[in-house]
Design a protein around this ligand. Structure first.
Ligand SMILES: [Zn+2]
Length: 237
């Protein structure tokens, strides 16, 4: 029995490591998903801005075309002006020219405003584009690291399991089966040291009889509360 506990303690140290690695491994898909979400967020922002900018540029080119057409009409009138025969026609063309001139001015200022707006958006997009690129690079690097870590965890767990297996033959079969069951049920920790007459894992105080049984060391004693195998370090005894 005393020998079993010493061997179980060695197995326990290994099983705790295996459990911690298992927890780390389980968290990796969540971490990868988090990264994907971050990337989706910045990509959506970029695409939204890109879409808006495309629309603005389209509207700008429409206005520029309008301005060109007005300009062309104005030039046509300039050609027409010296050819008119009557004063009335002359005045009519001049009035139309004044009207066109006013419209052109209005359009020009609208076009300038739109150009400024597009420029502001283009600058903002350059920033978001750089952010997106940086995020893509970061996510790719982090994911590669996590993939590497996954392989590392698998290799480490395999090594630890083999190491633990090596101790199994040193433990009586019924003890081993209890130990294994508790390791599975209790997050990789099946043993609990008695500290201040209580189970150190669940803090349950132990009866004098329970303490006695543990000290006798002739059978496996489990905590009534958490079922872990109780043991005393020599200095506590
Ligand atoms: Zn307990």
């Amino acid at each position: 029995m005393a020998l079993d506990i010493e061997t179980l303690k060695k197995m326990q140290a290994i099983d705790r490591e295996i459990y911690a690695l298992g927890v780390e491994k389980e968290e990796i898909p969540d971490r990868q998903e988090d990264m994907d979400d971050q990337l989706i967020e910045v990509t959506e922002k970029y695409e939204e801005m890109d879409c808006l900018l495309t629309t603005k540029k389209l509207r700008l080119s429409e206005k520029e075309l309008e301005l060109k057409e007005e300009d062309a009409r104005f030039k046509q009138l300039e050609v027409k002006l010296p050819q008119v025969k009557t004063n009335r026609e002359y005045k009519a063309i001049q009035s139309e020219q004044r009207m066109l001139e006013a419209e052109k001015e209005k359009l020009e200022s609208i076009v300038l405003e739109m150009m400024d707006d597009v420029k502001v958006d283009e600058d903002a997009m350059a920033v978001v584009s750089a952010e997106k690129e940086a995020k893509e690079k970061e996510v790719a690097e982090q994911k590669a690291l996590l993939d590497q870590r996954l392989l590392g965890i698998d290799a480490e767990v395999a090594r630890l399991e083999a190491e633990c297996k090596g101790f199994e033959s040193q433990v009586a079969a019924p003890v081993l089966s209890v130990y294994k069951r508790i390791v599975m049920a209790r997050s990789g920790s099946a043993l609990s040291q008695i500290v201040n007459q209580a189970c150190s894992m669940c803090q349950m105080s132990l009866t004098a009889q329970k303490l006695n049984e543990v000290m006798m060391e002739d059978e496996l004693i489990q905590c009534d509360e958490c079922s872990r195998i109780l043991y005393l370090e020599k200095e506590d005894a």
